[in-house]
Ligand binder design. Structure first.
Ligand SMILES: [Fe+2]
Length: 385
């Protein structure tokens, strides 16, 4: 890759500035939606303290190694590994399905659109993938080599959400996810881990953190993970995501991720930003801050089947949560809402001040993202790494 590389001698952080000619054109990057990436899709692997900047000067990746206490990681792992929802409801992040992307969007009325979101965009060569866990070779035949297990993003995978979730067609009231409501003791154990990640987010990216906290302050405390800038946490186990962009999170915030490993060592599952040909190898105790509104997906997860765990954690402020009433008000709404009532009072839409100082009505973002966000809803949302 052609990029400028420098190292801050005091902090030891590497800085990479990606050259414009190294960036995939938008049409080529868009064509990767719903497909799986591998080692062909990156040239720069980040596994050390580093910042990666786009040619436009925007931060793409801020990665910090070994910044979380091992005690909190261990306690969180014991809880988060118990979340077992199939990852098949993860929309674009779950990849193509039966030859096409599994992403027909759900419309605002709750029905599923007939329009395949990426019809015509899939490239068969990029989608060769795997059959029964065996790699499909370039000539279309299936490899006989099965000594290594390769997670294809669905098999042996699970995905779930903890924290809170906003209204949508199927559940037209704000609520705590089932796991959160039913396991308060476990949530306390996980909260220490989330607060440790929150501290890193605050220290390493204070502007974005403050933007997110500004929304937290407008949000009923019932929906905030206590002491953090987050409402919601997506938990993926052994999940190789296909190329997707996150949806449903606060545009002014930033992607905040970590990983918990257990069992045998595994390789791969790098998080790749294929447009910029950059990959990140997240491991236990690391924190990745990244622009999840750029295309991203994982390389294959390789290890001995059933002997490893890779749990990824994605933390965010769910963009509509400031529109929710208190937990009691939402429960009342759930009991008394009439069919056809709008999800939200559109006259009360708040204005956000964007980073360039202009005001913006956030509902345009919501409406665009609702379809993808709805797909996973209780089980997945639009976020995965
Ligand atoms: Fe994601």
């Amino acid at each position: 890759m052609q990029h400028l590389h420098s190292v801050d001698l005091i902090s030891g952080v590497s800085h990479y500035h990606i050259a414009e000619e190294a960036v995939l054109p938008d049409d080529q990057a868009d064509a990767l939606a719903g497909t799986y990436v591998d080692e062909e899709h990156y040239e720069l692997l980040i596994n050390h303290d580093a910042d990666v900047w786009t040619p436009e000067g925007d931060l793409l990746v801020r990665f910090r190694k070994n910044v979380l206490p091992s005690r909190e990681c261990g306690r969180a792992w014991k809880v988060l590994r118990t979340i077992h929802n199939p990852a098949t409801n993860r929309g674009m992040a779950a990849g193509k399905h039966e030859g096409k992307a599994f992403i027909n969007p759900i419309k605002l009325d709750g029905t599923r659109s007939n329009t395949d979101y990426t019809a015509g965009r899939l490239n068969s060569a990029q989608n060769r993938g795997y059959y029964n866990g065996k790699p499909i070779l370039k000539d279309g035949t299936v490899s006989n080599t099965t000594r290594r297990h390769i997670s294809d993003g669905l098999a042996d995978s699970s995905s779930g959400i903890i924290g809170s979730f906003d209204r949508y067609a199927r559940f037209p009231f704000c609520r705590l996810t089932a796991f959160t409501k039913d396991n308060p003791g476990d949530m306390l154990k996980v909260a220490d881990y989330i607060r440790a990640i929150d501290k890193v987010f605050c220290a390493e990216l204070p502007d974005r953190y403050q933007a997110q906290m500004a929304m937290v302050e407008q949000t009923k405390s019932d929906w905030i993970i206590p002491g953090t800038a987050f409402t919601t946490c997506t938990v993926n186990k052994n999940f190789r995501t296909a190329v997707h962009k996150d949806a449903g999170d606060l545009k002014e915030g930033f992607g905040v991720l970590s990983v918990l490993e257990a069992g045998d060592t595994y390789a791969g599952c790098y998080l790749v930003f294929p447009k910029y040909r950059v990959a990140v190898d997240m491991r236990t105790s690391d924190v990745l801050l990244c622009n999840v509104h750029e295309w991203h997906g994982n390389t294959p997860l390789i290890g001995k089947k059933g002997h490893y765990e890779r749990i990824s954690v994605v933390l965010y402020y769910r963009a509509k949560m400031h529109k929710c009433g208190t937990a009691d008000e939402e429960e009342f709404r759930a009991k008394h809402r009439k069919l056809g009532d709008p999800l939200y009072d559109r006259d009360s839409r708040p204005q956000l001040v964007t980073t360039d100082g202009t005001e913006e009505n956030t509902d345009a973002l919501y409406d665009d993202q609702l379809a993808l966000a709805n797909m996973g809803a209780l089980g997945g949302g639009g976020e995965a790494q």
